[in-house]
Write a protein that binds this ligand. Structure first.
Ligand SMILES: [Zn+2]
Length: 253
């Protein structure tokens, strides 16, 4: 069972689960209040080190709680999809601008978007500067709703074998894409040599699956619609992505 937030001995502290019990996550504590602005510090329980690590601060208990065992997703805004990238954050890109530290959480795919900025592993950054999920996000996180059924349904409804094969090939990209994002995040979390290989393998699997889907689509469009050199349209790429995000969510659950 997922641990829940419970108030501690007084109203200035909340624990995620019971200290010492399995699944215990950490706590938030009010470090400042009246007459000063309220401030809450968040501490996460590091199971491997058996100690608490500071991970963030916020003006309310509720917000500080999101920092503990927080889920940090990529913050890149993609104009073509009108929403923020939904994949797990791998590194924090950071730079100093007019004396202020700017930062952006990015996934493996977007790891190099901020040219000239430093890159820090997400966990390192978090224990040094603190990190609240979705803090600077303005606008939607999830890709805009697509008016497309799940790929499996579409495959069953296909009128021709050729069309069905396209859907099956598209379905074959979902899992490799999810695995690629999973392993990139995992490697960033545990940058060990033994995690390098699954990361590289996942990239290869994804690339091959995607190439296969592109070929099947081009072939289908050429033979059934007389169009040469067709490439996968954006909405199909978004559909794959939507299902990969769902796959990752199931895997976490
Ligand atoms: Zn991203």
């Amino acid at each position: 069972m997922e641990p829940k937030w419970v108030q501690g001995g007084y109203d200035g502290v909340f624990y995620l689960g019971e200290e010492g019990a399995p699944g215990y996550g950490g706590y938030v504590v009010r470090s400042d209040g009246d007459p000063n602005p309220e401030t809450w510090f968040a501490y996460e329980w590091d199971h491997s080190k058996q100690e608490h690590a500071w991970v963030g601060k916020a003006p309310t208990a509720k917000e500080a709680q999101t920092a503990v065992k927080g889920e940090f997703l990529c913050e890149v805004y993609r104009n073509d999809r009108g929403a923020h990238c939904p994949f797990p954050g791998v590194v924090v890109r950071t730079t100093l601008y007019k004396g202020k530290r700017l930062r952006m959480i990015v996934c493996g795919e977007h790891a190099s978007v901020m040219k000239g900025w430093d890159g820090v592993r997400l966990d390192e950054y978090r224990t040094q500067y603190g990190l609240i999920p979705n803090d600077p996000i303005i606008g939607d996180r999830v890709a805009p709703p697509l008016d497309l059924p799940p790929i499996r349904d579409a495959a069953q409804r296909a009128d021709t074998v050729a069309e069905r094969n396209v859907w099956i090939a598209l379905n074959g990209v979902v899992r490799p894409l999810a695995e690629l994002h999973y392993w990139r995040a995992h490697f960033a979390h545990y940058p060990l040599d033994l995690n390098k290989r699954p990361c590289a393998d996942a990239y290869g699997h994804w690339r091959r699956a995607r190439e296969h889907a592109e070929e099947m689509y081009a072939c289908y469009m050429r033979e059934w619609h007389g169009r040469e050199g067709a490439t996968l349209p954006n909405e199909l790429l978004r559909l794959i992505e939507r299902e990969a995000v769902e796959y990752l969510a199931r895997k976490r659950g």
